[in-house]
Write a protein that binds this ligand. Structure first.
Ligand code: IVH
Length: 675
């Protein structure tokens, strides 16, 4: 980016961030998520780092956010309450470390690593052992006196065994469970519903009536002991290390990060700790948004000083956000298995929820209109149900005037045949031989609920197609190790694995087989119904039977209507398709004889996720049961999950299932289902 481009971008970012900052910190509401706002700030910070002379005193990076509300008495902090710089990757962490090493050359610095609690920072001051006052951070210099409210937090001691003035800093938080309960109550009585635990913690402390604060049952974690000298503290020496402060804090009766905090000898240990905490994060009772890493030596920490509003000697290593701002580099059109044209935004890659996102579906022309999205726009991207990337908002304020409008093409971008518009703004390619549809059908054929060929994803299929190794799905079963080993990215080992996976996949149930054919409107359910009604495992018999099915025959099956019946008939009337079936038979595909006493068909092809403890069996036993009955146990909840079985104290999978609308059942219901 040239300097003048950077200048233009910086100006726009500053204005936009300031708008959202005011909304959030002064008015207590936010139009975009806080994480999305953070990612805008992060971009601004990076640009300013690159062009330091473009930094102005009014930049949001130069101040501590949040004006004190008028209603509370103001308190000046004895020492400034600072904030932290953020890093989001190991690479950025290492850059921070390199900067520090430059300022204080030495081989290793032990660090102290602890959770970054997602709540509201508080300064709690004791005099001669008595809680004297408590203040919020405010603008870092002057905060609000929330003593009355903080006195209601059980985890803040009202008295400590210590003479003199002691200042403790920490975070007031609310547990995820209490958040749910309070929001439910608020909704019921038509009160304010809070967007996240941090807002609720902040909102609860800023209550003029301490009774309300008390009812919110806040919690407090201490992370910093400002008083470090022996003349005040009981310890004989000056506290040399941040880790010692934590120990003293606990001795004084405060809650700290407990087993989530530790001293790390080097960067590698920090990364290990980060990963461990990231894994535990979902299961914690409260929200954390990263870890805080400080140079453990207080002396060195002090020596490193402060830059802007943050100490050089500590950094927040944040978890990958669930939303982030990025740019739409292009909008392309994808042709699906059924010919449906889907516009897709090609994005400048960003990390969201731990994965790099570089494309997001825009669904259809309606959605493009609704968002008002143009090529070149800055957008906020999230992941629907934490999985599928989606564009949440277009940041029109950041437009340069060089953005380009996008219109759905009138011709299929792959085969160039004219497209047709169907209901709900859905554009479709109606060419039966469109190569894009062919390709998508192939992806479908090997997918998890169809032939389920391990390791054979779209990328590898593309390589097979593009190198002329296969023409259609039947050719997959004729592949030899020698055919694929020479392909780029294939070692002998992976070629061997793929051939083995293909071989193992040859045997397939009739339901899966019918589903794999990709007949329009025949999803898993319909395939299962067909298989049950006409259970044939011999290819020739099957072809004969299905070819001769009348629309009435088909519609006699419950849940099959004229549209689906027509589509099935059309498929089996097409000579092309019959040839394909014969080719599959020749290639060695075997349809398994349907079992005589079909085990609970309800479980066939159904995905189960277990969360929490069950009384009657272990999770492994439950999974085995599901597998025995033709179901598919899985560890993660996604849009493909059919059932979530919740036992005692279910974890985050439960919330996710609720969000995605999967069917949730208790142990009893599950037992009934598998009986
Ligand atoms: S240390 C020098 N430790 O994160 C600044 N902060 O952006 C002292 N926070 O305002 C902060 N957990 O409210 C520290 N374990 C932790 C923390 C933590 C949460 C918050 C704190 C601060 C913000 C920094």
């Amino acid at each position: 980016m040239t300097k003048s481009e950077a200048k233009e971008r910086i100006e726009k970012l500053k204005k936009l961030i300031d708008k959202y900052r005011y909304q959030y910190h002064v008015l207590n509401k936010l139009e975009i998520s806080e994480e999305a706002l953070d990612s805008l700030k992060h971009e601004l910070k990076k640009l300013e780092d690159e062009f330091p002379d473009l930094v102005t005193p009014d930049s949001p990076t130069q101040r501590v956010a949040g004006k004190p509300l008028k209603e509370f008495k103001k308190i000046r902090h004895q020492s400034k309450m600072m904030s932290l710089e953020d890093v989001f990757s190991e690479e950025e962490f290492s850059e921070w470390l390199a900067r520090i090493k430059k300022l204080a050359p030495r081989d290793n610095f032990p660090f102290y690593s602890e959770p970054k609690f997602d709540g509201l920072a508080l300064s709690v001051v004791y005099e001669d052992g008595i809680l004297k006052y408590t203040a919020t951070r405010g603008d870092g210099e002057i905060g609000e006196d929330v003593t009355q409210n903080v006195r209601t937090i059980e985890s803040v001691p009202l008295r400590i065994d210590q003479k003199g003035r002691v200042e403790v800093r920490g975070e007031a938080i609310i547990t995820k469970k209490n958040f749910e309960i309070i929001n439910r109550g608020q909704k019921k009585k038509g009160g304010k519903v809070y967007a996240n635990t941090r807002n609720l913690a902040a909102g609860s402390l800023r209550q003029l009536d301490p009774k309300i604060t008390a009812s919110r049952r806040l919690d407090f974690f201490a992370y910093d002991l400002i008083t470090k000298t022996s003349d005040v503290l009981k310890t004989s020496d000056v506290l040399e290390f941040h880790s010692e402060e934590h120990k003293t804090l606990r001795e004084l009766g405060f809650k700290t990060g407990g087993d989530l905090e530790r001293r790390c000898e080097n960067a590698a240990e920090v990364f290990k700790h980060y990963k461990k905490i990231a894994e535990k994060r979902e299961k914690l009772a409260y929200n954390i948004d990263g870890i805080v890493i400080s140079i453990d030596s207080n002396e060195l920490f002090k020596k490193l000083g402060v830059v802007g509003k943050a100490p050089r000697g500590a950094i927040a290593f944040k978890f990958s956000p669930k939303e982030a701002a990025t740019k739409v580099e292009d909008i392309v059109v994808q042709v699906g298995r059924t010919g449906a044209l889907t516009p897709v935004a090609i994005l400048r890659p960003v990390e969201i929820g731990g994965v790099t996102v570089s494309r997001a579906t825009l669904h259809n022309e309606d959605e493009i209109k609704r968002l008002g999205i143009k090529i070149g726009d800055s957008v906020i991207v999230g992941r629907a149900g934490d999985v599928i990337p989606d564009v949440r908002k277009v940041l029109k304020e950041l437009r340069t005037g060089r953005e380009k409008e996008f219109h759905m093409p009138k011709h299929c971008p792959v085969c160039n045949k004219p497209t047709k518009k169907e209901k709900e703004m859905l554009a479709k390619c109606v060419n039966k031989n469109c190569p894009a549809m062919h390709r998508e059908n192939l992806y479908h054929f090997v997918s998890r609920k169809a032939f389920n060929i391990d390791g054979l994803g779209p990328k590898i299929l593309d390589a097979f197609l593009d190198n002329g190794l296969i023409q259609d799905a039947a050719d997959i079963f004729e592949l030899k190790e020698d055919d694929i080993a020479p392909l780029e990215r294939f070692g002998e080992k992976s070629a061997e694995n793929i051939i083995l996976a293909i071989k193992n996949a040859r045997k397939i149930s009739l339901a899966r087989f019918l589903y794999a054919l990709g007949i329009l409107h025949v999803g898993e359910e319909t395939a299962l119904l067909l298989a049950k009604q006409f259970p044939i495992s011999n290819f020739q018999f099957l072809i004969k039977k299905y070819k001769n099915l009348s629309s009435e025959n088909l519609q006699n099956i419950q849940d099959i209507g004229p549209k689906v019946a027509e589509s099935i008939r059309n498929w089996f009337q097409d000579e092309h398709n019959i040839k394909f079936l014969e080719k599959l038979e020749k290639a060695g595909v075997k349809i398994e004889k349907p079992a005589l006493h079909v085990s609970s068909p309800k479980l066939q092809g159904k995905t189960f996720v277990f969360t929490g403890e069950m009384e009657s069996m272990s999770r492994d036993e439950a999974k085995a049961k599901v597998r025995d009955l033709g179901g598919d146990p899985s560890e993660t909840v996604s849009k493909n999950t059919d059932y979530v079985v919740a036992g005692y104290s279910p974890g985050s999978k439960y919330d996710k299932a609720k969000k995605l609308g999967a069917k949730i059942m208790g142990e009893k219901e599950f037992l009934k289902l598998i009986k």
